[in-house]
Design a protein around this ligand. Structure first.
Ligand SMILES: [Zn+2]
Length: 266
């Protein structure tokens, strides 16, 4: 049951008949992992903390740099040089003491991703390396965790939800990006620049999709890619097919025999 404080804090959720006190209790019981406490992670952390998720895990091995403050809105000038996960956890505690934070001050890679991901219901990543994205994707497939993946560059942002175990037609991240581009062609905001508020738009959309997924609300983004263009202020979603030869989700689905085995067999 929600106590008086929680009923007051989450009143605008509870007033939504699609959410209500029951939905809020689901959020309070949810365990979410945010990988990357940067420009995208900031609004994700901010809105999920405010929404009252039960546990918010935060993964980042970086320290706050002055050049982060243009878009990483959970940090303050005085945080420059401090550990991102520690400052992010302090931000969450100050905003909503009901949320339990778990700080993972390390980089996610193929060795540790599975164990970290296992403790959560849903993963949201906004990282800037393909290597990390593939490691998170593989870990989420193996543990059957939905993965929300967000990316921004210059004036455009993208958002997707991957859960290939939920349907034979649903893709994973590697179905969308089969191979990492060569290192020197890898485009990220460190090299190309990005308009700060774009991180807010796409990160907030990622938090919204996470809450929808936890509550089973509306039409899931699974199997679609949301593309937002800030310069023309326009957005579109395109269908994302599963790649039947995908080395990540094809293999796992065949192994577990969960779904779609018939269409994936040679
Ligand atoms: Zn795949």
């Amino acid at each position: 049951m929600l106590d008086a404080d929680a009923r007051d804090r989450y009143l605008r959720h509870i007033l939504l008949k699609e959410v209500g006190a029951q939905g809020q209790q689901k959020l309070l019981a949810a365990r979410l992992l945010v990988v990357g406490a940067g420009g995208l992670g900031s609004p994700v952390i901010q809105y999920l903390a405010a929404a009252g998720v039960g546990v918010l895990g935060i993964v980042d091995d970086d320290r706050v740099a002055l050049s982060n403050l243009q878009r990483q809105t959970i940090y303050r000038d005085e945080d420059v040089g401090a550990s991102k996960v520690e400052r992010a956890a302090a931000f969450v505690r100050a905003l909503n003491p009901q949320v339990r934070t778990v700080a993972h001050g390390e980089k996610l890679n193929a060795d540790n991703a599975g164990d970290i991901v296992a403790a959560y219901d849903l993963v949201i990543e906004g990282v800037d390396s393909f290597e990390a994205r593939y490691a998170i994707n593989a870990a989420c497939i193996a543990r059957q965790k939905p993965l929300i993946s967000a990316a921004i560059g210059r004036f455009e942002g993208q958002l997707a939800l991957f859960k290939p175990s939920a349907g034979a037609a649903l893709p994973c991240y590697r179905c969308l990006v089969p191979e990492a581009p060569p290192r020197d062609a890898e485009i990220n905001c460190a090299e190309e620049g990005v308009l700060g508020p774009l991180a807010g738009v796409i990160g907030s959309a990622a938090a919204l999709e996470a809450i929808k997924e936890i509550l089973g609300l509306g039409e899931s983004l699974a199997g679609r890619l949301f593309i937002f263009d800030g310069l023309s202020m326009s957005a579109r979603t395109v269908r994302l097919p599963r790649d039947p030869d995908c080395p990540d989700c094809g293999r796992i689905v065949r192994q577990t025999g969960r779904s779609g085995g018939e269409i994936l067999s040679p």
